[in-house]
Ligand binder design. Structure first.
Ligand SMILES: Cc1ncc(COP(=O)(O)O)c(C=O)c1O
Length: 377
């Protein structure tokens, strides 16, 4: 097979004229900040994932931080899985006097291992971040059997795996540029608790009620409808709300989500059916945020280079978080061992999967992965 000229990316967003039109409409509307598009997107997103409330934020990371601050997480530790993106280990460290209580994962799902969670809960554990790794649901029901504290479900990879966001107290989603429902960069918090919802909403903008919601209400001085300039602030807030420019992109991507996910599952099915026996299939994922295959550890580096030479970009999701020096310095238990993650992560390789791929792109990846093993095993 001829080597393609352009690199096939491992991940990428996919949009077209609908997104361009939606952006044009916002640009021309004269309201670029947080406004009607954000309100519409929050409503539709909450309905989509079966939550009562949704708070649109600038990212999953800021959303998780906001939840922790709203719930006064401090002076303790937060449990999270070692196979995850840096965010889940580091955001606890943004809180006052909190360490990151990283635990091992299940060798198949690569999500939190409930037994390791049970073993490492301390009297100081303030929350658990349960990551739906590559769209596969974290074992929240099992953890609930022995832990009744706060569980934040990290749905960065599970938009939308049916049931995602519903097993936990509160869920945080990522709509970052290469996620299944991408914008440039933003996220969402979903929950059912009205009081916490109102608090989070205000905390997205310095504790102030939003400008948009103050338009068209009664003016406090004139008593007439108009822009009310006055507001109360009774809490410390931040600045992490989504804006209409981003929400317009999200609304268009949400219309295409089912179609995009169907295509991602098609890529997954073809990889599952056609890759050679040296490639261990990942657990089935409804979103296929990543196709995290496993290959013999001694071949992974060479395979990554081989595929790069064929213009196929791959990645690894993820190097265990306990291996980063800065995280090591903030672990609840610096001497803990992670035998499962250590054994498994060296086999991980993420193959390209995104809605911009064609059948020929899928053929191309399958051909060169299989060819590598034909030549080398
Ligand atoms: C598991 C996980 N959590 C959180 C994040 C952070 O998401 P965001 O970029 O929206 O802050 C990511 C990003 O990839 C992720 O993979």
């Amino acid at each position: 097979m001829d080597i393609r000229e352009k690199m096939l990316p491992v991940l990428r967003p996919y949009g077209g004229k609908e997104e361009v039109e939606a952006l044009k409409e916002v640009v021309e509307s004269g309201w670029w900040g947080k406004g009607p598009k954000v309100a519409q997107f929050e409503k539709e997103f909450a309905e989509k994932v079966g939550a009562k409330y949704a708070v649109a934020v600038t990212s999953n990371s800021h959303g998780t931080d906001l939840v922790m601050k709203a719930l006064d997480i401090k002076d303790g530790d937060v449990i999270n899985p070692t196979i995850s993106f840096m965010a889940t280990a580091m955001i606890p460290l943004w809180q006052e006097n909190v360490t990151t209580n990283i635990v091992d994962v299940d060798p198949y799902t690569m999500c939190l291992d409930p037994e390791d969670v049970r073993k490492h809960i301390t009297p100081n554990t303030k929350a658990i971040i349960a990551v739906n790794q590559a769209g596969v649901p974290a074992p929240i029901k099992e953890i609930r059997k022995f832990y009744d504290g706060l569980i934040i479900e990290d749905c960065a990879h599970s938009c939308y795996t049916p049931g995602a966001g519903q097993a936990s107290d509160i869920a945080v989603w990522s709509l970052q540029a290469v996620k299944t429902m991408p914008s440039g960069d933003c996220g969402m918090i979903t929950l059912n608790d009205e009081k916490l919802y109102n608090k989070l909403k205000e905390m997205t903008w310095f504790g102030v009620s939003s400008t948009f919601s103050r338009v068209a209400k009664e003016d406090t001085v004139t008593g007439k409808p108009g822009y009310t300039w006055d507001y109360e602030v009774d809490k410390i807030g931040y600045k992490c709300y989504m804006i209409d420019i981003t929400a317009a992109l999200c609304l268009e991507q949400m219309k295409k989500l089912d179609k995009h996910l169907e295509w991602r599952r098609h890529v997954q099915t073809r990889y599952n059916d056609e890759l050679c026996e040296h490639v261990i299939r990942p657990p089935w994922s409804e979103t296929v945020q990543y196709y995290c295959a496993k290959v013999p550890a001694e071949h992974r580096g060479e395979l990554i280079d081989y595929l790069a030479n064929k213009n196929i970009h791959t990645s690894v999701h993820f190097k265990p978080l306990h291996k980063y020096q800065i995280i090591k310095e903030h672990l609840t238990h610096p001497d803990r061992e992670y035998p499962v993650a250590e054994k498994e992560w060296v086999k991980l390789i993420s193959l390209p999967v995104h809605p911009a791929m064609t059948e020929e792109d899928i053929d191309y990846v399958i051909y060169w992965v299989n060819r590598y093993f034909d030549e080398n095993l």
